[in-house]
Write a protein that binds this ligand. Structure first.
Ligand code: TGC
Ligand code: FAD
Length: 395
């Protein structure tokens, strides 16, 4: 397949750019240029082959996409949440799998080590993760416990010699097959959820690859299997206990997804708009027909609403005022509208819409994962439902 030229132009119908600082725009431009140069030309081929483009790990580290909100002294970017959101938007405009790699590394591996780790753990792991020298993964979901991680079975037991013994299995873990370390959530002997850093090479630890995905094909997914893995106690994250530990990480990553999927939606809108001006049927560009204009008008309306919601959420995050429930609403809304936009865009391209000549079908398939992971669409609806009524409809 020939390498692709990327002529993406970002829609900004309500001049949202005026709400951004010069730094925000610079960050966005640098990630957008990177995606045009290094991701768009190759990503379709990797997705078709179901292969992970390993070179992006170092590239994303060099670009500052790993842990952009982590302080610079640990190798992070020291940036604000709007910069972080814009980075995720641009990466996912390229491919959800690329954004996934960055989300997991920054929000689910670096964030817990920074927030819940000891100073020694921060110094040992964060700079290597920030630079892309090491890749990390996050193990919460288990084969029998997905939406309900509080029922997890994976456990650690004190070995009495300064080590714990880890047993259990995690499933659906992004980055697992290539990760040097895993932040794993397991029950301790009191039954309390605890975070622990597991390193590749520890005896009894393996990461089998998950095959056969029709979605996120350019992202590596695997299992984490722990068979009596002996781990030094100093690998336990000392500053958090309970399910709020992993859920706190998810809030950061879900925030990034809310921005990210709008990138995928913008790419599909841009592609469909261009196509509608060029494709002639019944002697007219298809963009001149009302039914096609309805699709495009609704796409840009939803993109614009989501851009404004993301910006406002970013301001709340910067002020430390955003609630996890607000993040859930933004993640759910963004995934829903992005999924619908991709489907409409695909239809606008007719038969060409199902091919790898255009990015739409890839985005569409990717979004089926994104609307499922980090809390399914229905779980986020129930989070909003509980927040507004006070009734818990999960259990
Ligand atoms: P619940 O009793 O509600 O909460 C337990 C404790 O956690 C606190 N909490 C949160 N804290 C921070 N952020 C959040 N989003 C939080 N949600 C809850 C809560 O206040 C409580 O604290 P405390 O101090 O009282 O102990 O817990 P529950 O067992 O009833 O479960 C609630 C539920 C269903 C909402 C939650 O478990 C959930 O979100 N389920 C979905 C699971 C999920 O999202 N898994 C994601 C796995 S990771 C992943 O998918 C990565 S993909 C990455 C990629 O490739 O990009
Ligand atoms: P289930 O929880 O079994 O849900 C099945 C259905 O039941 C869903 O529709 C759900 O909404 C519904 N449901 C469940 N409970 C309720 C309820 N109380 N009320 C109403 N409906 C309900 N996990 C990680 O830990 N780390 C990762 O890096 C990671 N990466 C992933 C990458 C990919 C490509 C995928 C697909 C998943 C990944 N996940 C990861 C796992 C992901 O978070 C879970 O798939 C997700 O949380 C849902 O869990 P489940 O698949 O077990 O579905």
């Amino acid at each position: 397949m020939a390498a692709k030229t990327d002529n993406f132009q970002s829609p900004d119908y309500f001049n949202v750019d005026e709400l951004l600082s010069e730094e925000h725009k610079l960050v966005r431009e640098s990630v957008r240029s990177y995606v045009k140069k290094e991701i768009s030309p190759i990503i379709e081929e990797y997705a078709q082959q179901a292969a992970f483009p390993q070179q992006i790990v170092k590239q994303l580290g060099d670009l500052g996409c790993f842990g952009p909100t982590i302080p610079e002294q640990y190798g992070g970017g020291g940036l604000d949440y709007i910069s972080y959101g814009l980075m995720m938007q641009e990466l996912e405009r390229g491919d959800s799998g690329v954004r996934s790699t960055a989300s997991v590394q920054g929000s689910l591996v670096m964030f817990p080590i920074y927030q819940y780790g000891s100073e020694e753990q921060r110094k040992k792991y964060l700079p290597k993760l920030a630079s892309g020298e090491w890749l990390g993964c996050f193990g919460l979901t288990e084969p029998d416990h997905g939406s309900d991680p509080g029922s997890m079975l994976t456990n650690i037991k004190d070995n009495g010699d300064g080590h714990v013994i880890l047993n259990g299995a995690k499933m659906w873990i992004s980055n697992a097959p290539f990760a040097q370390i895993a932040v794993v959530w397991a029950r301790d002997e009191e039954g309390i959820v605890t975070g622990i850093i597991v390193e590749r090479g520890m005896e009894g630890f393996s990461t089998p690859t998950t095959h056969g995905k029709w979605s996120l094909r350019a992202s590596a997914t695997g299992e984490l299997v722990f068979d009596n893995v002996k781990i030094p106690k100093e690998n336990i994250l000392p500053n958090v206990r309970g399910l709020k530990g992993p859920l706190g990480c998810l809030t950061k990553a879900r925030y990034g997804i809310a921005w990210g999927v709008i990138g995928a939606a913008m790419d599909c809108y841009h592609t469909a708009l261009q196509y509608s001006k060029e494709r002639i049927q019944f002697d007219k560009p298809i963009g001149a027909f009302q039914l096609q204009q309805k699709k495009l008008a609704e796409m840009i309306t939803e993109i614009t609403k989501a851009q404004l919601l993301n910006w406002r959420l970013g301001v709340l995050m910067n002020d430390g005022k955003a609630t996890p429930q607000q993040v859930s609403m933004a993640k759910r809304n963004a995934c829903e509208i992005a999924t619908n936009i991709c489907r409409d865009a695909r239809q606008m391209l007719g038969g060409m819409g199902i091919t790898g000549e255009y990015p739409i079908m890839r985005h569409m398939m990717n979004l089926e994962s994104v609307i499922t992971y980090e809390g399914t669409h229905d779980i986020h609806l129930l989070i909003t439902g509980m927040d507004i009524t006070g009734f818990n409809a999960f259990k």
